[in-house]
Design a protein around this ligand. Structure first.
Ligand code: CDP
Length: 212
């Protein structure tokens, strides 16, 4: 099951719950791109680095029990910081990063049923997925959701700044030349602006059950 969509559309929460209800695995590909971005932040690397190829070769990314590991260290919390969010879309434009992560995503998904979410799953990673959804919502609602989520760990957040950051990430993700964020022709559009998480999951589940 391929689930794509922009930041704050609720696709990760939806995908996790959906996988649970279907009794199959879940893979959050955004977490993998975030882990690579964290490596750039931690080592003060630039995406224009001359030795990009050896930098990317030296990184190992693993997903085990819904945790993401960067060079064997669990970085599941560290990848959610603002610093990583600000750099992740730039890092995700690099073809070397994409080909490395897509290969890992395909190998994890081999021989098992899985819900996998990201930006390019239905278009590039699994163009032959059995089910494809494109989950979206208005920019205002997406910013409010991200605000509510971040407020739990940070008192100093500003909703206008969040909206600006999301807009910028959407712009980079949608306009990059390599695997841009775009709805696959055969993906079903789910607009979650007026839906809560349960309604969102149920809408997708109904469609899957109807076609199965
Ligand atoms: O959770 P949120 O919507 O903030 O984003 P995410 O799913 O964690 O993904 C973070 C970033 O990784 C995105 O903004 C994209 O730049 C990149 N990404 C990608 O390029 N391709 C994917 N399949 C997944 C994420």
């Amino acid at each position: 099951v391929a689930i794509d969509g922009p930041a704050g559309s609720g696709k990760s929460t939806t995908s996790r719950l959906l996988a649970h209800k279907l009794g199959i695995s879940y893979l959050d590909t955004g977490a993998m791109y975030r882990a690579v971005a964290l490596h750039f932040v931690q080592n003060e690397l630039l995406t224009s680095d001359e030795n990009l190829s050896s930098v990317i070769d030296s990184i190992s990314i693993d997903i085990k029990n819904n945790s993401v590991y960067l060079n064997d260290v669990d970085v599941s919390s560290k990848i959610r910081t603002q610093g990583v969010s600000n750099l992740v879309s730039e890092v995700s434009c690099l073809p070397l990063v994409r080909s490395k992560l897509v290969e890992i995503q395909r190998s994890i998904s081999r021989n098992q049923s899985i819900v996998i979410d990201g930006r390019d799953i239905g278009t590039v990673v699994f163009p032959n997925a059995d089910f494809k959804f494109f989950v979206t919502a208005s920019i205002e609602v997406r910013a409010i959701r991200r605000y509510e989520e971040m407020k739990l760990s940070d008192d100093n957040i500003d909703i206008n700044q969040i909206m600006k950051d999301i807009r910028e990430r959407d712009r980079i993700d949608s306009s990059r030349s390599h695997s841009p964020l775009i709805k696959a022709n055969d993906a079903i559009l789910i607009d979650t602006t007026d839906l809560d998480i349960d309604q969102q999951v149920n809408r997708i589940l109904e469609i899957i059950n109807k076609q199965n």
